[in-house]
Design a protein around this ligand. Structure first.
Ligand SMILES: *Cc1c(COP(=O)(O)O)cnc(C)c1O
Length: 232
């Protein structure tokens, strides 16, 4: 399938998922995950109308962003961020989905303040909803304290929550994880005056429709758009 056809197919599936749950399709954004893909493929996606891209490594993203050199594009960091890469990440990305510790949030805040960036850096807190020991992210129980800590950091603009659920063959089996993330966001909003966690980053190639039905506002789709990744 051509990239144009894949993009159209994903958009149609997004719209159908929104119709099933009476959501406005404008409230769900497709983050095209371009990790491991060359800048030429990103350029092709841009020619097809995509503007929002997700990368999981700072170094790889830096080279691609420089090669594309297109200020109309939006780049989101979706992968684990080492603290020693925070400065570069804060300079490169429009949003960091993967803030998974208070020290990382503090470091990003320091980098934003030191850089003189005009606006706070939009971030999401990554939540380990499944409680998997090998996964990054705050435990569900820790998120309320993390929200309080992050809201005190002027360099950061907390926009919502993100999760990477366990890979389960049957996409329906992931639904409880998505539902829990959405419930957590709504509960925290109720408990915290003035808090808005509008963004829910959840859903990948094989389960984004279920994620949309459970309230995703950012879906992160790679292989369903670009085909299987080939790691060097
Ligand atoms: C690679 C990646 C994706 C996209 O995965 P696909 O299954 O190819 O859609 C989404 N989120 C994160 C955090 C990733 O690392």
């Amino acid at each position: 399938m051509s990239l144009t056809a894949s993009i159209r197919a994903i958009h149609n599936r997004m719209i159908a998922a929104c119709q099933r749950c009476q959501r406005d399709p404008d409230n769900v954004r497709l983050v095209a995950v371009t990790k491991t893909l060359p800048a030429s493929v990103v350029a092709e996606a841009v020619a097809c109308g995509l503007r929002l891209f997700g990368e999981n490594r700072v170094q790889e993203a830096r080279d691609k962003i420089a090669e594309l050199a297109n200020p109309a594009l939006e780049w989101h960091l979706i992968g684990t961020l080492q603290r020693n890469k925070a400065r570069e990440a804060a300079a490169l990305f429009n949003m960091v989905h993967s803030v998974d510790s208070i020290p990382l949030a503090q470091e990003l805040h320091r980098c934003v303040v030191a850089s003189g960036r005009a606006t706070p850096l939009p971030i999401l807190l990554q939540v380990n909803v499944g409680g998997e020991s090998q996964k990054h992210g705050f435990a569900t129980m820790e998120v309320a304290a993390a929200v309080t800590a992050v809201r005190a950091l002027s360099g950061l603009d907390l926009r919502g929550l993100m999760t990477v659920p366990p890979y389960l063959e049957e996409s329906e089996a992931v639904r409880p994880h998505f539902r829990e993330l959405a419930r957590l966001a709504r509960r925290l909003e109720q408990e915290t005056p003035g808090l808005r966690l509008a963004e829910l980053s959840m859903g990948m190639s094989h389960d984004f429709e279920v994620a949309i039905e459970e309230g995703a506002t950012l879906i992160r789709v790679g292989s369903a758009l670009f085909g299987a990744r080939h790691y060097p």
